[in-house]
Design a protein around this ligand. Structure first.
Ligand code: KIV
Length: 280
């Protein structure tokens, strides 16, 4: 009979499954973590074969798959469905699922019930948007064995309160608050912190202030890892492109080559360049 750990970490092609311990060790070793959004089984296999470390079932699916102008309409059932699709091919990559709008804000118990659905669907970690107010929820989930990624900076579920998709932490007070919130969430059990749209120097400060890995999107090159929306790197997203998005399909010849280029550029530190970030 297979031993749990052996079965989970080693199978098929002999590649080792990415674990939380491994992701944390990357930061200690100064190695980059490569993350991409993923919503279905075909891309789960493809991204995994290209060496992407972390697959995120992002609630960006509301925009890139469903055509909404924000992530607010995405439901728990929909994230559960897409998580099942991504997990079904059993990728070696670590699987993170977004908790959608109104699925965790009410109480730690509400968050636990919904996070448990995502874990049962195949997620290995859940991601929640928020700030210091999330600390009791992060503690509640983490104490019950659910790994948590806290999403700070631009939190798209609060787009209306924030007045649009704008860079956060530009003034000293909000920058200090972001670092304080991240440290509080780490102290309460967050295993990873993802930051979106913050100035490059703040991204660096944040990574130095925390022990856990940091993942950035529009946050400069000094994070432990980088994430982008799959449709952005394949240039499928219509309309105005975000400054941090890079078209990897152009000149690549195939989707596989485009994704492999993204992986290589994040690993080497070539992405993101200064043109993808915000100095202040
Ligand atoms: O939903 C999503 O895709 C995300 C990324 C933009 C980080 O949260």
């Amino acid at each position: 009979m297979a031993i749990y750990g052996a079965q989970a970490e080693q199978s098929g092609d002999g590649r080792k499954a990415v674990s939380l311990r491994d992701l944390k060790a990357r930061k200690e070793r100064g190695e980059k973590i490569v993350m991409l959004t993923c919503y279905d089984a075909s891309f789960s296999q493809l991204l995994d074969s290209c060496g992407v470390d972390v697959l995120l079932i992002g609630d960006s699916l509301g925009m890139v798959l469903q055509g909404h102008t924000s992530t607010l309409a995405v439901s728990m059932d929909q994230v559960v469905y897409h998580t099942e699709c991504v997990a079904r091919p059993k990728p070696k990559a670590w699987i993170v699922a977004d908790m959608p709008f109104a699925s965790y804000q009410e109480s730690p118990a509400q968050a636990y019930a919904n996070a448990a659905r995502l874990m049962a669907a195949g997620a290995q970690m859940v991601k929640l948007e928020g700030a210091g107010w999330l600390a009791p929820t992060v503690k509640f989930l983490s104490e019950r064995g659910i790994p948590v990624c806290a999403h700070l900076g631009l939190t798209p579920q609060s787009v209306h309160a924030l007045g649009g998709y704008r860079v956060q932490g530009r003034d000293p007070t909000s920058a200090e608050q972001l670092i304080a919130d991240a440290k509080l969430l780490e102290a309460n059990g967050a295993d990873m912190v993802l930051v979106e749209l913050i100035p490059t120097p703040l991204g660096q400060q944040l990574t130095r202030a925390l022990t856990v890995p940091t993942i950035g999107i529009g946050a400069g090159p000094h994070l432990t890892g980088q994430v982008l929306v799959l449709h952005d790197i394949l240039d499928i997203t219509p309309g105005r492109k975000a400054r941090f998005a890079k078209n990897y399909l152009s000149g690549a010849g195939s989707i596989q080559a485009a994704i492999s280029r993204y992986v290589a550029e994040v690993r080497s530190g070539a992405y993101p360049g200064p043109e993808h970030g915000f100095e202040s």
